[in-house]
Design a binder for this molecule. Structure first.
Ligand code: FO1
Length: 323
């Protein structure tokens, strides 16, 4: 089991951006990314793990920067052919992307754990970081809406997040066991920081925290836990976070995200545009540019988060040293 200096918790597109920044800001094997699998599902009978694949493609340099998901230089022959047969095409699987899904489906059916399949793809594609599903057990995000109960991808892709969210829940949670390396990385005394990436707190990070023992491991971690706001100027950087917060009766603000992680955080990173919110946040804050348009932005933000973590560790050591 390898030692990781930095552990990141991530969903898909937004989280993968900071994960990539951390990957390039560190010796690469020192990063462990714990990824949400609540979005996983089986379109066309194939096992698809969108967030794991988004992080995997990003770190392997195979990502599609236009969509944020799927593979770079993708072709769509299969989907077009399927359409002519009247097949289900609302969830788009590119030709190159399909290889990963077909291979994962075969290996899962043969009894291999998801984490081993991801680790093997990562190794073959030269990714030195550990990319871990939070659990090898199936856990699914279910969105309760004003139009009924929707499995995550039906809400997110098929219905384009239009139904009004009433609640979010996770099936399989009681039986889900955390991946042992996840617990080890969170609890390891040599871990220097745990970073909650700017992913959707309700749809992407909560499923990770809902796995038994994970929240407690985070709360008891000796490493500082730092979250990066996915909301800037009262708007989600990407996706439906703002819409969902409104529907759940929450203010759409970075401070509300910090409050959502109450009891877990040692630090919170918010955008310069939201500097005025600092006083609403109960933990130390770092105010910096959080928008990540290109690789330089990602690495710069990652370095700022790591420096912030170091400053919190030093301050903590200073406090402990006081008589
Ligand atoms: N998102 C879409 O909006 N439309 C799609 O057709 C779609 C296909 C897709 C295929 C593979 C994959 O790994 C991700 C895909 N996504 C698609 C993204 C995905 O549904 C969401 O971004 C995540 O689940 C939320 O993090």
């Amino acid at each position: 089991m390898s030692r990781h200096r930095i552990v990141a918790l991530s969903g898909g597109i937004g989280g993968a951006k900071l994960a990539l920044g951390l990957y390039h800001a560190l010796p690469r094997h020192e990063l462990c990314v714990v990824v949400n699998t609540g979005d996983d599902f089986e379109p066309l009978g194939l096992s698809v793990s969108p967030d794991l694949d988004t992080v995997l493609y990003a770190l392997a340099g195979l990502d599609n920067s236009d969509t944020g998901w799927g593979r770079r230089d993708e072709t769509w022959t299969f989907m077009r052919a399927l359409e002519t047969l009247g097949g289900e095409t609302w969830f788009q699987l590119g030709d190159g992307d399909l290889a990963l899904h077909v291979e994962r489906t075969r290996r899962l059916k043969a009894g291999e754990p998801l984490s081993a399949i991801v680790a093997d793809a990562a190794r073959r594609w030269g990714v030195a970081a550990s990319i871990l599903p939070m659990s090898d057990d199936p856990l699914r995000t279910i969105v309760e809406t004003d139009e009924g109960t929707l499995p995550f991808q039906e809400y997110f892709v098929k219905r384009r997040c239009t139904p009004r969210v009433v609640a979010v829940r996770f099936t399989g949670i009681e039986a889900a066991r955390p991946h042992p390396e996840v617990l080890a990385a969170l609890s390891d005394e040599t871990t220097e920081a745990i970073v909650i990436c700017p992913s959707n707190p309700y749809l992407s990070i909560d499923p990770i925290l809902a796995v038994p023992q994970v929240r407690a491991a985070l709360a008891g971690a000796s490493a500082p836990v730092i979250a990066v706001a996915p909301i800037v100027r009262g708007r989600a950087i990407k996706g439906p976070t703002g819409k969902i917060m409104t529907e759940l009766g929450l203010p759409v603000s970075a401070a509300a995200v910090a409050a959502h992680y109450d009891g877990l955080l040692d630090g919170f990173v918010l955008d310069r545009a939201d500097a005025a919110l600092e006083r609403e946040i109960a933990v130390p804050t770092l105010v910096t540019d959080t928008m990540m348009h290109d690789r330089d932005d990602k690495v710069r933000l990652a370095k700022a988060v790591l420096d912030f973590a170091r400053s919190l560790t030093l301050a903590d050591a200073g406090r402990r040293a006081l008589p």
